[in-house]
Design a protein around this ligand. Structure first.
Ligand SMILES: *Cc1c(COP(=O)(O)O)cnc(C)c1O
Length: 455
């Protein structure tokens, strides 16, 4: 139980800061962790305690918490031109340069970029673009959006409707017209006796059936994360994107790759779609885009959607959409630097170099009788806690197993995130081998302690 004084940071956090996505019993018990600064992949709290952040903030602080080049890029741009919009035919030079860079590093030869302040807004923007096209191209009924259960696409009313998580029902969401297919998680969703190939074929058939039931001409787009992130780090089953893409192409339904987590190196390639060998019609980017140093999102349109949106906009003389800070010059300068740092200063190379060690660490923890699955890709992974490994039976919900693991890790100076009954690891791309050893050692101690209590 917490015993902090009424004027403590913890009490002050409670008094006037409304917690989002926070386990309130944990707060009641332990109080918020109030942080002051970071060094490399570590963060420090107001009591001077040091934590290795195994989640890179929220997947995004991939260059660590004190990267001098990123801070300098921001400072230099603040001095030069601290803010501007991208409306009315005006935009900063940084915005022009970032769009060029994003198309250059995208899978597209040509294309265009539209900026937002977050991943949620980028997904929202993409849906509005698709709806705009439907109306403009004489198919106003083409509005339904298909995603998958456990998908995470954000929290605005539309992106939350795309997110396939049960908690959205408290808001009366999803909105009508948002369809969630089966999560392509073979370990959990595979039927007895089904091979992974058969499972993938069943996922593609489900999509085919839903399209038939709903009517292909009512569906505006299919959105997918290459590896589901906040759904619990779920890589697709073998051949999933090839099978799905074939169905979508047959029915002229755009495939949008939500690369907010996977983009810029997390899976070991620049894009998750590269890792899984498909070329989507558009890419949604955020998080790593600025290495977490500035709030920014981007819709990166491939050539076909670019041409169609250009035509639809010209027909009414504008695209009536944009955020005040879309294409913010400081955000763009930071993103340009972040992309350079990730691609050219060894960060993505380090992801590739560390992946075998990361996988070995995960595999070792899978030997624990209460870890049912160790899964992931590149430097994103999850360990799924189970009460019974053979039957994959989860622990009783009221045991709050993953919260206990995460809280025990916090006590040991390690930050990692509980997600359902899984624990998520997505370390910074700058992580060193000794830091990775520290991460796994601390996690292993926490797992042993908690499983001894509950199993
Ligand atoms: C985080 C995330 C989002 C939402 O981004 P915000 O910046 O939090 O709005 C969307 N899609 C994916 C895949 C994400 O991980």
């Amino acid at each position: 139980m917490r015993d902090d004084a009424p004027n403590s940071w913890e009490a002050r956090a409670d008094a006037h800061s409304f917690y989002g996505f926070t386990d309130l019993p944990t707060i009641e018990d332990r109080g918020a962790v109030v942080l002051t600064h970071g060094e490399g992949p570590y963060v420090f709290d107001v009591h001077g305690r040091k934590y290795l952040d195994a989640n890179s903030g929220l997947w995004n602080m991939v260059a660590g918490f004190d990267h001098p080049g990123l801070a300098e890029a921001a400072k230099a741009q603040y001095d030069r031109f601290p803010g501007y919009h991208a409306f009315f035919g005006r935009m900063s030079d940084q915005t022009v340069m970032l769009s060029e860079k994003l198309i250059e590093v995208s899978p597209y030869d040509t294309g265009k970029v539209f900026y937002t302040n977050s991943g949620s807004e980028a997904n929202d923007t993409m849906v509005k673009m698709l709806w705009f096209l439907s109306g403009s191209e004489g198919q106003p009924q083409r509005r339904k959006i298909i995603t998958r259960k456990n998908a995470y696409h954000g929290v605005t009313a539309v992106s939350a409707s795309m997110t396939g998580k049960p908690y959205n029902s408290v808001f009366g969401l999803p909105l009508d017209g948002f369809i969630h297919l089966t999560c392509p998680h073979f370990w959990r969703e595979g039927l007895p006796g089904e091979t992974e190939e058969q499972f993938t074929a069943r996922m593609a058939q489900e999509l085919e059936d839903v399209i038939a039931t709903e009517g292909a001409d009512t569906i505006a787009g299919f959105f997918a994360e290459p590896v589901m992130g906040a759904g619990g780090v779920i890589p697709p089953s073998k051949g999933y994107f090839q099978a799905i893409h074939k169905v979508l192409k047959k029915h002229n339904i755009p495939l949008i790759s939500d690369e907010v987590i996977c983009g810029f190196g997390r899976t070991g390639a620049v894009w998750g779609c590269e890792t899984y060998d498909f070329i989507p019609d558009a890419i949604i980017s955020s998080k790593n885009l600025t290495a977490g140093y500035f709030p920014m999102g981007a819709v990166i349109l491939g050539p076909e959607l670019t041409a169609r949106l250009q035509a639809a906009s010209e027909a009414i003389e504008e695209f009536p959409h944009g955020f005040t800070a879309s294409g913010h010059p400081v955000g763009c300068a930071v993103a340009l630097k972040a992309i350079d740092v990730i691609l050219n200063e060894g960060l993505i190379d380090n992801v590739r170099a560390l992946t075998p060690k990361f996988e070995a660490g995960m595999a070792r923890l899978l030997e624990n009788p209460n870890i049912g699955e160790a899964r992931g890709k590149g430097l994103m992974g999850a360990l799924e806690a189970v009460a019974d490994k053979a039957t994959k039976t989860p622990f009783a919900g009221d045991l709050s197993v993953s919260e206990r693991i995460a809280n025990t890790c916090t006590d040991h100076g390690l930050i990692c995130r509980p997600l359902g009954q899984a624990v998520v690891l997505c370390p910074a791309f700058i992580m060193t081998e000794p830091q990775m050893d520290e991460m796994f050692e601390k996690l292993e101690l926490a797992l042993k302690k908690v499983f001894a209590e509950v199993a």
